[in-house]
Design a protein around this ligand. Structure first.
Ligand SMILES: [Zn+2]
Length: 88
């Protein structure tokens, strides 16, 4: 089945809004926007997070980006299934 998220990982509320657009992340102090990411925001606590599919997509995007940059850094192991957006 799908791994879609029904409850906020932060407060447990089911008042989630699904959105699709550029997703802001910060990588080594650099603010980026990953295009076309589907994510959830909690209307109760304001937490923003991704489901696993989009987490994977975001990781791939960042890996590709990192590979095209010159430095060869080790790829981070997968983090917890949710990633905070840098809210603004
Ligand atoms: Zn919440």
């Amino acid at each position: 089945m799908s791994n879609s998220i029904t409850h906020c990982i932060s407060c447990g509320s089911d008042k989630l809004e699904k959105k699709r657009r550029g997703f802001p992340v910060t990588v080594h102090g650099t603010a980026l926007k990953v295009p076309n990411i589907e994510f959830y925001t909690c209307s109760r606590c304001g937490e923003t997070f991704l489901d696993l599919d989009n987490e994977t997509k975001l990781d791939l995007y960042l890996k590709r980006r990192r590979t095209s940059a010159k430095s060869k850094r080790a790829i981070n192991p997968r983090r917890a299934h949710a990633r905070r957006a840098s809210a603004d």
